[in-house]
Design a protein around this ligand. Structure first.
Ligand code: ATP
Length: 598
């Protein structure tokens, strides 16, 4: 899709109610979008499809946490300290810009985000970068760190500082102790959440691609890194288009076409869990209608990767000539749970039972303090601790008459009988494990936009230009348009009866009787409705209707009492329209071509 087509799509999105900038009556605020009726329906279908794939079929649990969280959470997670972007302000017009994006847009540098502030300031100077809004030179303007979280006050007066969550994940991590109990303390287990996240983006742009409030769909999978592994056989043969670090560093855009299995075997994807989810995601993206020729998985460059993540890949879609991240897949190690344990003082572990209890010997001491105290005075406590450490390290040290320990460089001799040394038999049933986290994190808005861009088509029908969205029937906001050929002679009543029956059967159906039939088809084509059912004069005689398919504009005449089954098969992808057309009569409407006047 070219730039002009993106403009046409933005226009279509607003005109037909997919999405539009919010608060227009008050002049609008950058970075906030409203999904209109078509967009909200598409978004709901997308979220349902995600839930079906990543929650239900994977056997995970979904939760819904608050979107405002107290400061302590973000102190622990590191967001207060480090969730920053680089800001440069134009002295001339006062507009703020993301300094790293300006550098990436106008120089050969591809990961400016990983550079230091002085390096970015130097690049702005060296390349004589200018303000995109007014053209004034930006050289010499200071670049600053800008924290992206929206701050708020919880409760009246000076209250407690809170933040709008910048990712849904933290709502899962902080509840880990309870969530682990719900999962009966058995690893691996996964928790998902679909909900809003907030980032005070410096320069929101590209419609819903970079906004300040957006919906994320995230899965946090908790695993034991020593014992859990994914079932790779399930995804081994799935083909991926990978863009690994090595290929990104070479000139040109060379991709690696491989399978999940081969990528793991050759060590291209380091984490088996990440590889597993790339496979699952690839399948899912195909199913919902992402054009896989305009889709890749790109590995994070070392500087781009969050400091806790050992392997990160982004799903990227080509949108209007640019590659845009639509989801991230990260192996986050134990970073999140360890940080919350450290800051909250709570246990963020799971007790993992061994298959067989372990029997071991443990050496301990129980020093006679009534001897150590008078003998060594203020040093007695430290000597006792040194004895305990020594017993764990080297029990042979307790074989002689006396034991020697060092406390701050000073040697001390203690009679062995005063140390209370003994060796016990212990049985260990298991151990406390801090699980590692594997995180597939999807942006719902960016995925929705990808579906629209990849579905946008222009062609000609009956010598007239047509715009349509070739959306997957399960994703399309509306599944069926129901039309009477004309609203007279009982055609309208019959069509409305049919509409009610289809809705009763669970179809998202709409009714339209205004304008000629061709115009009604065009309206549905533009919002991606895959099937239209028309009631014509023959319907009244033979209890049949025409079913018209959006992409081919082909029609078939189907008995009304088979309509629900036929449309259900088409929507769910169980039957193709060609098969339906073959089975039923290929038909023209009794009024002639699509564009025939009423
Ligand atoms: P970017 O580098 O584009 O700002 P990110 O790496 O910060 O994105 P993540 O923190 O990995 O993004 O968030 C996970 C997903 O959330 C992204 O893949 C994207 O789809 C979505 N997302 C992130 N920021 C925004 C935003 N400002 N507007 C819309 N979607 C977003």
């Amino acid at each position: 899709m070219s730039g002009s087509e993106s403009t046409k799509l933005a226009e279509l999105a607003k005109r037909r109610g997919f999405f539009f900038p919010s608060n227009g009556a008050y002049g609008g605020v950058a970075g906030f979008y409203t999904y209109g009726p078509e967009g909200a329906a598409l978004k709901r279908h997308l979220e349902d499809a995600w839930r079906d794939r990543f929650t239900v079929r994977e056997g995970n649990q979904e939760i819904e946490a608050p979107t405002i969280m107290p400061e302590a959470v973000f102190e622990a997670s590191g967001h207060l300290e480090g969730f920053d972007d680089m800001l440069v302000e134009c002295a001339e017009c006062g507009e703020s810009h993301r300094a790293d994006h300006l550098v990436e847009d106008d120089t050969a540098v591809e990961d400016a985000e990983s550079l230091s502030i002085p390096e970015v300031e130097e690049l702005i100077r060296e390349h004589e970068l200018v303000c995109p809004s007014c053209g004034a030179a930006l050289a010499g303007e200071p670049v600053e760190e800008f924290n992206l979280m929206f701050e708020t006050t919880i409760g009246p007066g000076s209250g407690q500082t809170g933040y709008m969550r910048p990712e849904t994940a933290q709502g899962i991590f902080v509840e880990f102790p309870l969530l682990a109990e719900y999962a009966r303390n058995q690893l691996p287990f996964g928790v998902t959440q679909i909900g809003p996240a907030y980032r005070n983006e410096i320069s929101p742009r590209k419609g819903v691609v970079r906004v300040r409030e957006f919906t994320q769909a995230e899965l946090e999978l908790f695993v034991n890194p020593e014992t859990n592994e994914p079932d790779l056989s399930r995804v081994a043969d799935i083909e991926l288009t990978l863009y690994p670090i090595g290929n990104q560093r070479e000139e040109g855009t060379e991709y690696l076409e491989t399978t999940v299995g081969a990528a793991v075997e050759e060590g291209i994807i380091a984490s088996e869990w990440v590889a597993y989810y790339l496979g699952i995601a690839q399948e899912w993206y195909e199913r919902i209608g992402v054009d896989t020729d305009r889709f890749r998985f790109r590995q994070h460059l070392p500087g781009e990767r969050a400091h806790y993540a050992s392997d990160c890949w982004d799903a990227e879609a080509e949108l209007g000539g640019d590659w845009i991240e639509i989801a991230g897949f990260a192996y986050r190690g134990d970073y999140d749970l360890a940080k919350h344990a450290e800051h909250s003082g709570e246990e963020f572990t799971v007790f993992e039972q061994y298959d067989e209890p372990l029997h071991a010997e443990r050496a301990t001491v129980d020093p006679d303090m009534s001897y150590l105290g008078p003998e060594f005075g203020g040093e007695a406590g430290e000597i006792a601790e040194a004895l305990e450490r020594l017993a764990k390290r080297d029990r042979t040290a307790f074989e002689g008459e006396t034991v020697s320990v060092d406390v701050e460089g000073e040697p001390y001799e203690i009679p062995t009988e005063k140390t209370g040394f003994s060796v016990e038999e212990v049985t260990e049933a298991g151990e406390h494990v801090t699980p590692h986290v594997v995180e597939p994190s999807f942006g719902v808005g960016r995925t929705l936009y990808t579906l629209l861009v990849h579905a946008y088509r222009e062609d000609e029908v009956d010598d007239e230009p047509r715009t349509y969205l070739a959306l997957d029937p399960e994703m399309a906001p509306t599944t069926v348009g129901v039309f009477p050929l004309m609203d007279r002679d009982g055609l309208g009543e019959r069509a409305r009866e049919l509409l009610a029956a289809l809705r009763e059967a669970g179809f998202e159906a709409t009714y339209d009787d205004s304008g000629n039939i061709g115009r009604r088809y065009r309206r549905q084509d533009e919002v991606g409705t895959p099937f239209c059912v028309t009631v014509d004069y023959e319907s009244l005689e033979s209890e049949t209707v025409t079913v018209r398919e959006r992409d081919s504009t082909e029609q078939a005449r189907v008995p009304i009492d088979e309509l629900v089954a036929v449309l259900g098969g088409l929507r769910d992808g169980d039957r193709s329209f060609e098969a339906i057309a073959e089975e039923y009569e290929h038909q023209e409407l009794s009024a002639g071509t699509e564009n025939a006047a009423e």
